[in-house]
Design a binder for this molecule. Sequence first.
Ligand code: PLP
Length: 478
Amino acid sequence: MNAPDESVVHGSKARPPARPSDLPALDKLLRECAPLVAEHGHTLVAGEARALLDALRTRAVAGELPRAELEALPQTLAARVNGRMQPAMRAVLNLTGTVIHTNLGRSLLADAALQQVLALMGSPNNLEFDLEAGSRGDRDDLIEGLLCELTGAEAATVVNNNAAAVLLGIAALARGKEAIVSRGELVEIGGAFRMPDVMSAAGATLVEVGTTNRTHPRDYEQAFTPRTGLIVKVHTSNYQVQGFTAAVDEATLAPIAHAAGVPLMTDLGSGALVDLSKWGLPAEPLPQAMLAAGCDVVTFSGDKLLGGPQAGLIVGSKAAVGRIRKFPMKRALRLSKLPFAALEATLRLYLRPERLVQDLPTLRLLTRPQNQIADLAQRLLPEVAKALSPRFTVETVALQSQIGSGSLPVERLPSAGLAVTAVDGRGRTLEALATALRGLPRPVIGRINEDRLLLDLRCLEEPALLTSQLGLLKEALA
Ligand SMILES: *Cc1c(COP(=O)(O)O)cnc(C)c1O
């Protein structure tokens, strides 16, 4: 909103603009806003009042301050103060079509996990206290049995995220030694997490074997030296090599590694704990299958397909996990009590696999039937079209959702949603709509594809969160 508009709106065209001397003194303004000061205290309110008066003074000096703004000062100050108390991290509506969206916080926590966080975080708890012995305990003891039961592992531990799990695993098992990785698996997972860099950060010497598209058992065998400390397999979760390819699977590699006395670690990335094909989803490698194949260490994320909080899960043999747990870096990477509580509650849900689709939001969203999403699109169409007319037209469309977070990059889930087209056909008009959607109290994140703004409704479980904002959207676009 700029000054000329305001003066027209408030009919103050006839009134001369405010002068600097018309501005109230700070003390006077604060007295007028006594309830605001009582609620938030002097420091915040006075600081905001000072900043507000400074900004208005600049405009008054320039002769650009409508008087109506002076009259609205208490309300403006209250809005500023309340705005400062709004967290920058906010709930949004993910209509991107990517279910586990890394930029939008990945998996949604199950109700059981949310309840556990609420119940435990405001209270002391037994995070590192053995209630039976009445003495110091280890946080791993609270979760290790459950993780072993679910994966068939001998031992388990958890850290801050899977990147930390991989770093820690390599450091604990191969620091000062050589770690063998196939050239086809030297992946970049995102940002600065690239396998070769992780190796050097962990203090291991990377030994590349094979080629980009083909690696054979003999490639590994020929790479062994007395300095070999570890073989690392990386699940190429965010891309696929197709065509003339060959990789050595864990079941083939484990005996080769063990014959040389070297442990085998595999980074699964997402790592689902149940076979997703049961629900018609593409299958992901399971940690339990990797352990059965002979891996000594398997690492995976807590907030991808597992559907829990950010965490890195490490399962494997007693010997390998024991070395990992004792490695000093573990202390720096340990899982905080907040995600720890959520992770334990999420893992317990896996004890009731029949209920998982109801209990785990991530699985519920991934398995949402297309006809249900299409029905929702049909239902929302009239209201959305009305709010966006006359500058935009809206239609229902079949869409393809993605699982996200690098999981199963090639797979698509049949979905549905709304496609918005700008009547003037200009990309800028569409961008303005995307901006207005992001500017709503509950920001709506869609995606622009060629000359349409697509709203994939797979992740919209509470349509009122969208429809209740359509009035505001219409205003924002006016
Ligand atoms: C996502 C991913 C990671 C990193 O996991 P975070 O939990 O995000 O730290 C590592 N490796 C692979 C293969 C991944 O897909």
